[in-house]
Write a protein that binds this ligand. Structure first.
Ligand SMILES: [Zn+2]
Length: 324
Protein backbone atom coordinates (compact mmCIF):
# COMPACT_ATOMS: atom_id res chain seq x y z
CA UNK A 1 0.00 0.00 0.00
CA UNK A 2 1.24 3.48 -0.91
CA UNK A 3 2.26 5.48 2.11
CA UNK A 4 -0.10 8.34 1.16
CA UNK A 5 -3.15 6.08 1.03
CA UNK A 6 -2.40 4.21 4.24
CA UNK A 7 -4.93 4.94 6.96
CA UNK A 8 -3.60 7.04 9.81
CA UNK A 9 -2.72 5.22 13.01
CA UNK A 10 -4.85 6.62 15.80
CA UNK A 11 -4.07 6.64 19.52
CA UNK A 12 -7.22 7.93 21.21
CA UNK A 13 -7.13 9.83 24.48
CA UNK A 14 -10.44 9.48 26.31
CA UNK A 15 -10.94 11.49 29.48
CA UNK A 16 -14.05 10.41 31.40
CA UNK A 17 -16.40 13.07 32.77
CA UNK A 18 -19.59 12.93 34.84
CA UNK A 19 -21.12 15.36 32.35
CA UNK A 20 -23.61 14.08 29.80
CA UNK A 21 -20.82 14.20 27.21
CA UNK A 22 -19.36 11.00 28.84
CA UNK A 23 -15.79 11.72 27.71
CA UNK A 24 -13.53 14.43 26.35
CA UNK A 25 -11.74 12.89 23.38
CA UNK A 26 -8.64 13.93 21.51
CA UNK A 27 -6.30 11.98 19.31
CA UNK A 28 -2.65 11.35 18.65
CA UNK A 29 -2.44 10.51 14.97
CA UNK A 30 0.48 9.07 13.06
CA UNK A 31 0.36 9.84 9.36
CA UNK A 32 3.12 9.89 6.75
CA UNK A 33 5.76 9.68 9.49
CA UNK A 34 4.36 12.66 11.36
CA UNK A 35 2.75 12.67 14.76
CA UNK A 36 -0.22 15.02 15.08
CA UNK A 37 -2.43 15.89 17.99
CA UNK A 38 -6.00 16.54 16.90
CA UNK A 39 -7.62 18.68 19.62
CA UNK A 40 -6.11 18.99 23.07
CA UNK A 41 -8.66 18.02 25.71
CA UNK A 42 -9.58 20.01 28.76
CA UNK A 43 -7.25 21.91 31.05
CA UNK A 44 -7.23 19.66 34.11
CA UNK A 45 -4.53 17.58 35.79
CA UNK A 46 -6.62 14.46 35.19
CA UNK A 47 -6.65 15.15 31.45
CA UNK A 48 -2.92 15.93 31.46
CA UNK A 49 -2.15 12.66 33.30
CA UNK A 50 -4.22 10.52 30.95
CA UNK A 51 -2.50 12.23 28.01
CA UNK A 52 0.90 11.42 29.54
CA UNK A 53 -0.16 7.78 30.04
CA UNK A 54 -1.18 7.40 26.39
CA UNK A 55 2.11 8.94 25.23
CA UNK A 56 4.09 6.62 27.49
CA UNK A 57 2.17 3.46 26.58
CA UNK A 58 2.95 4.09 22.93
CA UNK A 59 6.58 5.09 23.41
CA UNK A 60 6.04 8.73 22.52
CA UNK A 61 7.02 11.93 24.28
CA UNK A 62 5.78 15.48 23.70
CA UNK A 63 8.99 16.06 21.75
CA UNK A 64 7.65 13.66 19.09
CA UNK A 65 4.55 15.76 18.34
CA UNK A 66 4.90 17.64 15.04
CA UNK A 67 1.70 19.67 15.07
CA UNK A 68 -1.53 20.35 16.96
CA UNK A 69 -4.70 20.87 14.93
CA UNK A 70 -7.92 22.13 16.53
CA UNK A 71 -11.39 21.20 15.29
CA UNK A 72 -12.83 24.32 17.00
CA UNK A 73 -12.04 26.81 19.73
CA UNK A 74 -14.19 25.48 22.62
CA UNK A 75 -12.42 25.08 25.95
CA UNK A 76 -12.84 21.31 26.09
CA UNK A 77 -10.83 20.96 22.87
CA UNK A 78 -7.92 23.32 23.52
CA UNK A 79 -7.20 22.63 27.20
CA UNK A 80 -3.65 21.26 27.07
CA UNK A 81 -2.27 23.43 24.25
CA UNK A 82 -0.37 25.82 26.53
CA UNK A 83 0.95 23.05 28.77
CA UNK A 84 2.23 21.11 25.76
CA UNK A 85 3.82 24.18 24.21
CA UNK A 86 5.64 24.94 27.46
CA UNK A 87 7.50 21.68 26.85
CA UNK A 88 7.93 21.99 23.08
CA UNK A 89 6.93 24.77 20.71
CA UNK A 90 4.65 22.63 18.59
CA UNK A 91 3.04 24.49 15.64
CA UNK A 92 -0.67 25.08 16.28
CA UNK A 93 -3.22 25.10 13.46
CA UNK A 94 -6.76 26.47 13.86
CA UNK A 95 -9.45 27.74 11.53
CA UNK A 96 -8.99 31.46 10.84
CA UNK A 97 -12.39 32.24 12.39
CA UNK A 98 -11.26 30.81 15.69
CA UNK A 99 -8.08 32.83 16.13
CA UNK A 100 -9.59 35.85 17.94
CA UNK A 101 -11.46 33.51 20.27
CA UNK A 102 -8.35 31.51 21.05
CA UNK A 103 -6.45 34.73 21.71
CA UNK A 104 -9.39 35.99 23.80
CA UNK A 105 -9.14 39.31 21.99
CA UNK A 106 -10.47 41.89 24.48
CA UNK A 107 -12.20 44.15 21.97
CA UNK A 108 -13.77 41.19 20.16
CA UNK A 109 -15.15 39.71 23.39
CA UNK A 110 -16.48 43.08 24.67
CA UNK A 111 -18.42 43.72 21.47
CA UNK A 112 -19.64 40.18 21.42
CA UNK A 113 -21.18 40.49 24.86
CA UNK A 114 -22.88 43.77 23.89
CA UNK A 115 -24.38 42.10 20.82
CA UNK A 116 -25.59 39.16 22.88
CA UNK A 117 -27.43 41.63 25.12
CA UNK A 118 -29.26 42.97 22.05
CA UNK A 119 -30.06 39.47 20.83
CA UNK A 120 -31.57 38.41 24.16
CA UNK A 121 -33.63 41.59 24.27
CA UNK A 122 -35.04 40.81 20.82
CA UNK A 123 -35.98 37.36 22.12
CA UNK A 124 -38.03 38.91 24.91
CA UNK A 125 -35.77 37.87 27.79
CA UNK A 126 -35.82 40.14 30.83
CA UNK A 127 -34.03 39.38 34.09
CA UNK A 128 -32.60 36.14 32.70
CA UNK A 129 -30.83 38.05 29.95
CA UNK A 130 -29.33 40.46 32.46
CA UNK A 131 -28.09 37.50 34.51
CA UNK A 132 -26.63 35.87 31.43
CA UNK A 133 -24.83 39.05 30.37
CA UNK A 134 -23.40 39.40 33.89
CA UNK A 135 -22.28 35.78 33.67
CA UNK A 136 -20.62 36.36 30.28
CA UNK A 137 -18.80 39.41 31.65
CA UNK A 138 -17.56 37.40 34.62
CA UNK A 139 -16.52 34.51 32.36
CA UNK A 140 -14.50 36.93 30.26
CA UNK A 141 -12.46 37.75 33.38
CA UNK A 142 -12.34 34.20 34.77
CA UNK A 143 -11.33 32.59 31.49
CA UNK A 144 -8.49 34.97 30.71
CA UNK A 145 -6.10 32.20 31.77
CA UNK A 146 -7.38 30.06 28.88
CA UNK A 147 -5.82 32.42 26.35
CA UNK A 148 -3.76 30.44 23.88
CA UNK A 149 -0.19 31.67 24.02
CA UNK A 150 2.18 31.82 21.06
CA UNK A 151 1.51 31.71 17.35
CA UNK A 152 -1.57 30.22 15.74
CA UNK A 153 -1.38 29.23 12.08
CA UNK A 154 -4.74 30.02 10.44
CA UNK A 155 -6.27 27.37 8.15
CA UNK A 156 -9.32 27.39 5.87
CA UNK A 157 -11.70 24.96 4.21
CA UNK A 158 -10.44 23.50 0.95
CA UNK A 159 -6.84 23.35 2.10
CA UNK A 160 -5.00 20.15 2.92
CA UNK A 161 -2.84 19.62 5.96
CA UNK A 162 -0.61 16.58 6.55
CA UNK A 163 -2.72 14.56 4.09
CA UNK A 164 -6.06 15.63 5.56
CA UNK A 165 -8.66 17.68 3.72
CA UNK A 166 -9.94 20.55 5.83
CA UNK A 167 -13.72 20.63 5.57
CA UNK A 168 -15.60 23.54 7.11
CA UNK A 169 -18.52 22.32 9.23
CA UNK A 170 -19.93 25.43 10.94
CA UNK A 171 -22.94 25.31 13.26
CA UNK A 172 -21.76 24.06 16.64
CA UNK A 173 -19.09 26.76 16.37
CA UNK A 174 -18.44 29.16 13.49
CA UNK A 175 -14.84 27.93 13.18
CA UNK A 176 -15.68 24.22 13.30
CA UNK A 177 -13.83 21.94 10.88
CA UNK A 178 -13.58 18.26 10.06
CA UNK A 179 -10.30 16.62 9.06
CA UNK A 180 -10.91 14.06 6.37
CA UNK A 181 -8.37 11.55 5.10
CA UNK A 182 -9.85 10.84 1.71
CA UNK A 183 -7.80 7.73 0.76
CA UNK A 184 -8.85 5.80 3.86
CA UNK A 185 -12.15 7.68 4.49
CA UNK A 186 -11.17 8.30 8.09
CA UNK A 187 -12.61 11.47 9.64
CA UNK A 188 -11.90 13.51 12.74
CA UNK A 189 -15.20 15.24 13.30
CA UNK A 190 -14.79 17.21 16.54
CA UNK A 191 -18.30 17.88 17.86
CA UNK A 192 -19.98 17.85 14.46
CA UNK A 193 -21.85 14.76 15.57
CA UNK A 194 -21.73 12.67 18.70
CA UNK A 195 -23.07 9.16 18.89
CA UNK A 196 -25.06 9.41 22.11
CA UNK A 197 -25.96 13.09 22.26
CA UNK A 198 -27.27 16.00 20.26
CA UNK A 199 -24.68 18.56 19.23
CA UNK A 200 -25.77 22.07 20.22
CA UNK A 201 -25.94 24.66 17.47
CA UNK A 202 -25.00 27.58 19.70
CA UNK A 203 -26.12 31.18 19.27
CA UNK A 204 -23.26 32.96 17.58
CA UNK A 205 -22.29 35.96 15.51
CA UNK A 206 -20.87 36.07 12.00
CA UNK A 207 -18.07 38.35 10.83
CA UNK A 208 -20.62 41.14 10.25
CA UNK A 209 -21.59 40.85 13.91
CA UNK A 210 -25.02 39.52 13.02
CA UNK A 211 -26.56 36.52 14.72
CA UNK A 212 -25.92 33.43 12.60
CA UNK A 213 -28.70 30.95 11.84
CA UNK A 214 -26.73 28.36 13.81
CA UNK A 215 -29.11 25.43 13.53
CA UNK A 216 -29.86 26.03 9.84
CA UNK A 217 -26.11 26.19 9.21
CA UNK A 218 -25.46 23.16 11.40
CA UNK A 219 -28.09 21.07 9.62
CA UNK A 220 -26.65 22.04 6.22
CA UNK A 221 -23.13 21.10 7.39
CA UNK A 222 -24.38 17.79 8.66
CA UNK A 223 -26.18 17.05 5.40
CA UNK A 224 -23.04 18.07 3.48
CA UNK A 225 -21.05 15.41 5.25
CA UNK A 226 -23.12 12.70 3.58
CA UNK A 227 -21.06 13.35 0.43
CA UNK A 228 -17.91 12.24 2.26
CA UNK A 229 -18.00 8.49 2.70
CA UNK A 230 -16.60 7.64 6.12
CA UNK A 231 -15.40 4.29 7.37
CA UNK A 232 -14.90 5.66 10.86
CA UNK A 233 -15.51 8.98 12.58
CA UNK A 234 -13.46 10.04 15.57
CA UNK A 235 -15.72 12.25 17.65
CA UNK A 236 -14.91 14.83 20.33
CA UNK A 237 -17.09 13.08 22.88
CA UNK A 238 -18.40 9.58 23.53
CA UNK A 239 -17.65 6.56 21.41
CA UNK A 240 -15.73 6.36 18.17
CA UNK A 241 -18.39 6.07 15.46
CA UNK A 242 -18.27 3.04 13.20
CA UNK A 243 -21.48 3.77 11.32
CA UNK A 244 -21.15 7.52 10.66
CA UNK A 245 -23.84 7.75 7.98
CA UNK A 246 -26.47 6.16 10.22
CA UNK A 247 -25.61 8.52 13.04
CA UNK A 248 -25.82 11.53 10.71
CA UNK A 249 -29.22 10.40 9.41
CA UNK A 250 -30.42 9.84 12.97
CA UNK A 251 -29.45 13.38 13.99
CA UNK A 252 -31.02 14.89 10.86
CA UNK A 253 -34.31 13.18 11.68
CA UNK A 254 -34.05 14.31 15.28
CA UNK A 255 -33.77 17.94 14.16
CA UNK A 256 -36.94 17.57 12.08
CA UNK A 257 -38.87 15.99 14.92
CA UNK A 258 -37.81 18.68 17.35
CA UNK A 259 -38.87 21.42 14.92
CA UNK A 260 -42.29 19.79 14.60
CA UNK A 261 -42.62 19.84 18.37
CA UNK A 262 -41.71 23.53 18.53
CA UNK A 263 -44.15 24.34 15.75
CA UNK A 264 -46.87 22.47 17.59
CA UNK A 265 -46.28 24.56 20.72
CA UNK A 266 -46.51 27.78 18.76
CA UNK A 267 -50.27 28.00 19.05
CA UNK A 268 -50.44 31.74 19.39
CA UNK A 269 -48.12 34.64 18.75
CA UNK A 270 -45.31 34.63 21.27
CA UNK A 271 -41.68 35.51 22.02
CA UNK A 272 -38.84 33.01 22.13
CA UNK A 273 -38.43 33.63 25.88
CA UNK A 274 -42.09 32.82 26.59
CA UNK A 275 -41.87 29.70 24.47
CA UNK A 276 -38.65 28.66 26.25
CA UNK A 277 -40.36 28.94 29.63
CA UNK A 278 -43.27 26.84 28.42
CA UNK A 279 -41.11 24.19 26.81
CA UNK A 280 -38.23 23.98 29.29
CA UNK A 281 -39.58 25.18 32.66
CA UNK A 282 -36.73 25.45 35.16
CA UNK A 283 -34.07 24.72 32.56
CA UNK A 284 -34.82 28.11 31.05
CA UNK A 285 -32.99 29.56 34.06
CA UNK A 286 -30.35 26.92 34.67
CA UNK A 287 -29.35 26.16 31.07
CA UNK A 288 -30.21 29.55 29.60
CA UNK A 289 -27.76 29.63 26.67
CA UNK A 290 -28.40 26.04 25.62
CA UNK A 291 -32.16 26.41 25.84
CA UNK A 292 -32.22 29.69 23.94
CA UNK A 293 -29.82 28.40 21.29
CA UNK A 294 -31.97 25.35 20.77
CA UNK A 295 -35.23 27.20 20.54
CA UNK A 296 -34.11 30.12 18.41
CA UNK A 297 -32.43 27.58 16.15
CA UNK A 298 -35.68 25.73 15.52
CA UNK A 299 -37.63 28.96 15.09
CA UNK A 300 -35.05 30.17 12.51
CA UNK A 301 -35.37 26.84 10.76
CA UNK A 302 -39.17 27.01 10.71
CA UNK A 303 -39.02 30.59 9.47
CA UNK A 304 -36.76 29.48 6.65
CA UNK A 305 -39.25 26.75 5.78
CA UNK A 306 -41.96 29.46 5.79
CA UNK A 307 -43.86 27.77 8.58
CA UNK A 308 -43.33 30.68 10.97
CA UNK A 309 -43.33 34.46 10.54
CA UNK A 310 -42.24 37.22 12.86
CA UNK A 311 -42.85 40.89 13.52
CA UNK A 312 -40.94 43.32 15.67
CA UNK A 313 -42.60 45.54 18.25
CA UNK A 314 -40.63 47.80 20.57
CA UNK A 315 -37.44 45.90 19.91
CA UNK A 316 -38.90 42.45 20.60
CA UNK A 317 -39.65 39.76 18.03
CA UNK A 318 -43.04 38.01 18.10
CA UNK A 319 -43.41 34.79 16.18
CA UNK A 320 -46.46 33.01 14.90
CA UNK A 321 -47.29 29.92 12.96
CA UNK A 322 -48.22 30.31 9.31
CA UNK A 323 -51.53 28.56 8.91
CA UNK A 324 -52.01 27.24 5.44
ZN1 LIG B 1 -16.75 19.54 22.82
Amino acid sequence: MNVMTKAPTVYPIFVPTKMSLHTFNFYLVEINHRLLLIDAGIDTDKCWNIFQDVLLENNFTIEDIDAIILTHHHEDHIGLVNRIREVKEVPLYAHEKGVKRLKRDEDFLEKRIALFADIFTEMGCGVEAEQEIARLKQAKIDNASQTILGDIIPIRGGETLFGFDIIETPGHATDHIMLYHQPSQVAFIGDQFIKHATTNALIDLDSNRKRTLSLVIYEASLRDLLQYPMTIAYSGHGEVIEEPEEVIQFHLKRIERKSDKVLHLLREETTIAALAKEMYGKKYDTLFTLVMSDLVGHIDRLEKLEKVTKRKEQGIFYYKRVDK
